[in-house]
Design a protein around this ligand. Structure first.
Ligand SMILES: NC(=O)c1ccc[n+]([C@@H]2O[C@H](COP(=O)([O-])OP(=O)(O)OC[C@H]3O[C@@H](n4cnc5c(N)ncnc54)[C@H](OP(=O)(O)O)[C@@H]3O)[C@@H](O)[C@H]2O)c1
Length: 266
């Protein structure tokens, strides 16, 4: 399915995977609606996209997804500006407090993770479904979950994040069923380790912890995930890649990292 002329809303578009997907869909001729909190970053990315892809319309709304009223206002404004939303990419998300085990986490970090990863995804989906996709009975919802959504990772500090990603997986499966008798597809894209701000923030920007985690192998780049998203979105309407795992080749499973990878492949 061509993305040319499609209106695509991406959450968490101010950096990392969301920013990379924005570039990848703009190459395909899509129009973009960018959501994140950092207005300065959104403004700069919008400017770059408009310059590189003058045929694409690009708008942005600084919004904290934890706040439903703000999400609804931003979605309604986007529909007013571009008429409808063809694709929603629920990508915003974060992990905080690693490597602390659950009882040592800060309560405010638990609240932020739940409110962003669960409420934020549901709020955006709810607003987009009601403002555009349900009346048109058409659209694609692509949720960027994680391989962590299926299995608990072997390292500490993941209790809340793992639970959030498992919730996103369950929500996606239930929503796909509920949206039967419409042309709305629900897909999940599960990255393994990607070198973005995410992993630095996860360990509180502790350089030694970050470097230790990435040691010996090449993590994915955000562009690798964006290519996977494009592959899923370009399938014909009657084909759903319901779920796709994209991982570094060295990440053999959630438990096994091949830390000799770089010795062979540097
Ligand atoms: N990196 C990985 O290894 C990895 C692996 C598996 C899954 N994932 C998932 O991939 C997605 C993107 O992660 P990433 O690696 O690209 O991380 P990132 O570089 O840290 O980007 C996260 C994005 O989410 C936005 N965001 C965070 N809280 C928000 C809020 N309350 N309201 C609105 N936007 C918010 C951030 O923008 P602002 O700060 O400007 O709001 C940013 O644009 C996440 O769902 C993550 O769980 C990542």
């Amino acid at each position: 399915m061509s993305l040319k002329g499609s209106n695509i809303l991406i959450t968490g578009a101010s950096m990392g995977i969301g920013e990379a997907i924005a570039h990848a869909v703009a190459v395909e001729g899509a129009n973009l609606i960018l959501f994140a909190r950092s207005e300065d970053k959104l403004q700069a990315i919008t400017q770059t996209l408009k310059t590189k892809y003058p045929a694409s319309k690009v708008i942005y709304h600084p919004v904290d997804l934890q706040n439903y009223e703000a999400v609804e206002t931003a979605v309604d404004a986007s529909v007013k500006e571009l008429d409808h939303i063809n694709v929603l990419i629920n990508n915003a998300g974060l992990a905080l407090g690693a490597p602390s085990p659950f009882p040592s986490l800060q309560i405010r970090d638990i609240v932020t993770m739940n409110a962003t990863n669960i409420n934020g995804l549901m709020f955006t989906t709810y607003a987009v479904l009601n403002a555009s996709m349900k009346p048109r009975k058409a659209g694609t919802i692509l949720n960027v979950t994680s391989i962590t959504g299926l299995e608990v990772p072997p390292f500490p500090g993941e209790a809340v994040y793992h639970c959030n990603k498992a919730a996103q997986e369950a929500f996606s499966n239930a929503l796909r069923n509920e949206l039967s008798e419409t042309n709305i597809r629900v897909l999940v894209l599960r990255p393994g380790v990607v070198a973005t701000n995410f992993h630095q923030q996860r360990v509180g920007y502790d350089e030694a912890l970050y470097v230790g985690f990435m040691e010996g192998y090449r993590p994915l780049e955000a562009q690798d995930v964006a290519r996977s998203a494009i592959f899923m979105l370009q399938q014909p309407l009657d084909v759903s890649i319901k779920a796709l795992d994209v991982v570094p080749s060295a990440q053999r499973s959630i438990n096994v990292f091949d830390r000799t990878w770089n010795d062979r492949n540097a």
